[in-house]
Design a protein around this ligand. Structure first.
Ligand code: UDP
Ligand code: MG
Length: 315
């Protein structure tokens, strides 16, 4: 049960967002001012910004009480920055994950909070539509369609990081030690009672996407390899299939040989095709194994997800 004036933390990873931060703060302040029934805390994670963001964050921390700034020692990536933010929101009754670029409108936060106050333990913001175009959009759509089929546990489609976790869910999320973090998957994995609200995802307010396409692809692969064994299973199936075909082909050649239909050394084309095909299948197999193995290696190294250089406003 939330306290009479629950504390809500808004966790915002920031990477080179100087162009949007002033507007973000203005809109957040309007939201906070309209909701005096909650105590608002902002956890701003400076994920190794190389522009003027750090100055803006420092100014905000000095001017507005309830502002926490975590400065990471370098750029660790969106997911690690989120992990750092949530780790410093454990004292809140609920925590909201919000992108800095205003693609997730801060004005929806009250709806998230209301759903939580209504009894939900997790609130998911589901994208009814998205503004992005071109390759990014096609990629997102293909990923969501494919991932729904691949994942070993049901993960809500068309959700990103935007949403709210109640305190118990935040604690559960913080207790997950893994390095390759795929937020929507982890959020589904921890369970709890979810509610949904729907929204239209905006174009980013200004600046360039901080997440390059390459990073998004890596993030998508993290989603697949962390939440699905299907690639491995497909390999096993294709191995069985190819093995069976090989056995039948072998039998065919053996019988031909035994009944003396064919004695001359022909069949170079067949051999070449078989060697190349099998070589290809095996290389793909090694690649898929490598994806899992590399992740296992990253996990066993037990390096932390992020390093904090400096904290402001956290007691
Ligand atoms: N971000 C971050 N570290 C990074 C890349 C991004 O903290 O290395 C932040 C970024 O400032 C933004 C959020 O994560 O608040 C989402 O990033 P972006 O808008 O680039 O990603 P997309 O909207 O394409 O998912
Ligand atoms: Mg964005």
């Amino acid at each position: 049960m939330p306290a009479s004036r629950p504390r809500i933390a808004v966790v915002i990873p920031v990477f080179n967002e100087e162009a949007v931060l002033p507007e973000l703060f203005r809109r957040l302040d309007a939201v906070f001012a309209a909701r005096p029934g909650e105590e608002w805390v902002t956890v701003l994670v400076n994920d190794g910004c190389r522009d003027g963001s750090a100055t803006l964050l420092a100014a905000r921390a000095a001017a507005v009480t309830g502002t926490r700034v975590l400065e990471l020692s370098r750029n660790f990536g969106h997911q690690s920055a989120l992990a750092a933010g949530f780790a410093h929101a454990a004292d809140a009754d609920a925590a909201v994950a919000l992108d800095a670029d205003l693609q997730d409108p801060p004005e929806l936060i009250p709806q998230l909070v209301d759903a939580w106050r209504g009894g939900a333990e997790i609130v998911l913001a589901v994208r009814r539509s998205r503004q992005e175009g071109g390759l990014r959009r096609a990629g997102f759509e293909a990923f969501h369609a494919l991932f729904g089929r691949l994942a070993d546990l049901p993960i809500e489609r068309n959700t990103g990081t935007f949403g709210l976790l109640g305190r118990a869910a935040v604690e559960a999320f913080n207790s997950l030690p893994e390095k390759h973090r795929f937020f929507p998957g982890l959020r589904a994995w921890i369970g709890f009672r979810p509610a949904e609200i729907f929204y239209d995802r905006q174009e980013r307010a200004a600046g360039q996407p901080a997440q390059t396409l390459r990073r998004l692809v890596r993030y998508a692969l993290d989603g697949v390899f962390s939440f699905s064994y299907l690639p491995l299973r497909l390999l096993t199936y294709s191995g069985v299939l190819v093995g069976l075909a090989g056995f039948i082909l072998g039998l065919y050649y053996l019988i031909k040989r035994l009944i003396n239909v064919e004695t001359a050394p022909t069949g170079f084309t067949t051999l070449a095709i078989l060697v190349l095909f099998l070589g290809g299948v095996q290389l793909i197999g090694i690649g898929v194994l490598g994806e899992y193995l590399g992740r296992v290696y990253d996990e066993v190294k037990r390096r932390p997800n992020y390093i904090i250089r400096r904290k402001t406003g956290c007691d």
